[in-house]
Ligand binder design. Structure first.
Ligand SMILES: [Zn+2]
Length: 238
């Protein structure tokens, strides 16, 4: 297994309701250390938690801002996070905040990403708002913006297939592996979409490193492909 892994998707804070998971930056660091993970991209609904974690551990964490596009302050939060706090990307969750990736409120945020040349990571895998086809429509509108499709379709085979097919169509889409239910699709994504366009993510604390890394390990990748997925490809997202 590759060491000095980069995790393109992790969280701090508490996620209540049905999820009932939480973690502190220190708990996450302990998990990362035990799993050979050097750095992790962090986002949380409470952006101040990410800000604090990045400030405390700048060599280990990279912050992405997570706005609610329906909020009138969304764009100013995004701008402040990137310009003042040094956040390196934007995370959007269409399902949680009930919007389509191409909705009017989202576009100024994506245009800011385009101007700043930062990636936009978008949750995928759940109807009606977070499906690969809709993320593809956004990718088509903004070919210069790198769009990270988080979970690459997640736990439904049909959506995973759609994630791969959509990423094949738009070369600004990068697939992220956390929570994907079929290890074999990681290999298929690398082969069909390209070995430079798949990145490892854990989605900790929703998923554990031991499980998420194992999927990459048994996917049938070559040593070089593993190196790219677990580390090298994610560098462009930092
Ligand atoms: Zn997540």
């Amino acid at each position: 297994m590759v060491s000095r892994i980069i995790d393109a998707h992790a969280h701090v804070g508490r996620f209540g309701s049905w999820a009932n998971v939480s973690c502190t930056p220190e708990e996450l660091l302990e998990k990362m250390d035990a799993s050979g993970v050097e750095r992790a991209v962090l986002f949380a609904p409470d952006n101040s938690l990410v800000r604090k974690a990045v400030r405390m551990y700048p060599k280990r964490f990279v912050g992405y801002v997570w706005p609610n596009p329906h909020d009138s302050e969304a764009l100013s939060l995004v701008k402040e996070s990137v310009k003042r706090w040094g956040f390196k990307g934007i995370k959007l969750h269409p399902l949680v905040h009930a919007f389509l990736p191409t909705d009017e409120e989202v576009l100024p945020i994506v245009e800011f990403a385009e101007k700043e040349r930062i990636p936009v990571a978008i949750h995928s895998g759940h109807p009606p708002f977070s499906l690969p086809w809709s993320i593809g429509e956004l990718a088509e509108m903004y070919p210069e913006v790198r769009i990270v499709m988080l979970h690459m379709g997640h736990a439904h085979g049909v959506y995973i297939q759609a994630a791969i097919n959509t990423a094949k169509k738009y070369d600004n889409i990068i697939l992220e592996t956390s929570g994907v239910s079929m290890h074999s699709k990681i290999k298929e994504a690398v082969e069909k979409v390209g070995e430079g366009r798949v990145v490892f993510g854990s989605d900790y604390p929703f998923h554990d490193y031991s499980v998420e890394l194992r999927k990459v390990d048994v996917a049938g990748l070559t040593r070089r492909q593993k190196d790219l997925v677990l580390r090298e490809n994610a560098k462009m997202l930092l």
